[in-house]
Design a protein around this ligand. Structure first.
Ligand SMILES: Nc1ncnc2c1ncn2[C@@H]1O[C@H](COP(=O)(O)OP(=O)(O)OP(=O)(O)O)[C@@H](O)[C@H]1O
Ligand SMILES: [Mg+2]
Length: 237
């Protein structure tokens, strides 16, 4: 049976199609936010990715002088600056984990194109975002109010990705496809991410379904998962 396209994916396609170039994708883990941000409607321009962690530094965002191997130093642009220069897409994953200096820098790099410029710290070069530059941020936060106001203000559209795209389940065995599209288990409503479905499908080939589900969800969770699959209870709650 052909699955309907979940509304969130339609919203995303329409939003990018309408030329909105600052978008946040939020919601539960493993629904395909990063996958879509890296691959879809990129206009055949380069895509740069930044994964925010507490250890990320400003140099990881805009660039740094690095040893060139012959005793000298060479400037290397970071992903945000590369995306500016190419007019491509900057994907900022787990944006809620960015803090301090990096957050300030992200605010500057995601500002409206007309008011953005970056000064090279030593050469004085001034860089502005090329036409086409766009940013997609992803987060597992459910409340956009938890993001700093200034960041939210730069991203007028936040779309909750609450279901996988049908193309994400194509590689799964047929019996898992409907369950993976719905992604929540029986009455508990517990979410099961795409990654778990991929792993289950792979593991059960050699270990069998019971052992595979136990490894993935623990003894009780594994039994619940098999039950939910058997009675088709995925997504009914
Ligand atoms: N449309 C798709 N086609 C094929 N594989 C997909 C698709 N969407 C997602 N996947 C796969 O599903 C897994 C989860 O996707 P992804 O990492 O994009 O999720 P996410 O929503 O960003 O999760 P998190 O919130 O944990 O970062 C990945 O292995 C990814 O390659
Ligand atoms: Mg992700």
């Amino acid at each position: 049976m052909e699955e309907l396209l979940p509304q969130c994916w339609d919203d995303l396609a329409a939003t990018i199609g309408a030329g909105i170039d600052r978008i946040i994708l939020f919601g539960p883990p493993g629904t395909g936010k990063t996958y879509a941000a890296l691959r879809w409607q990129t206009n055949e321009r380069p895509v740069e990715r930044l994964i925010c962690t507490e250890d990320l530094t400003a140099a990881d965002v805009t660039g740094a002088w690095l040893p060139n191997g012959t005793g000298g130093w060479q400037w290397q642009d970071g992903p945000a600056l590369r995306a500016w220069r190419s007019g491509g897409r900057l994907v900022v994953d787990e944006v809620d984990r960015a803090s301090g200096d990096v957050l300030s820098l992200l605010l500057a790099m995601a500002d409206s194109d007309g008011s953005s410029q970056w000064h090279h710290p030593t050469t004085g070069e001034v860089v502005r975002p090329a036409i086409g530059f766009n940013v997609i941020m992803t987060t597992n936060l459910e409340e956009m109010a938890l993001l700093p106001d200034a960041l939210r203000d730069r991203f007028p559209i936040a779309i909750r990705i609450n279901a996988p795209h049908p193309s994400a389940v194509r590689s799964l065995s047929d019996d898992l496809k409907p369950a993976a599209m719905h992604g929540s288990m029986g009455e508990s409503g517990r979410r099961v991410s795409l990654r778990k479905f991929y792993a289950f499908d792979q593991l059960r080939r050699t270990l069998g379904p019971t052992r595979a589900s136990e490894l993935l969800f623990g003894a009780q969770g594994g039994a619940d998962f098999i039950d939910a699959l058997r009675v088709g209870a995925m997504g009914r709650s």
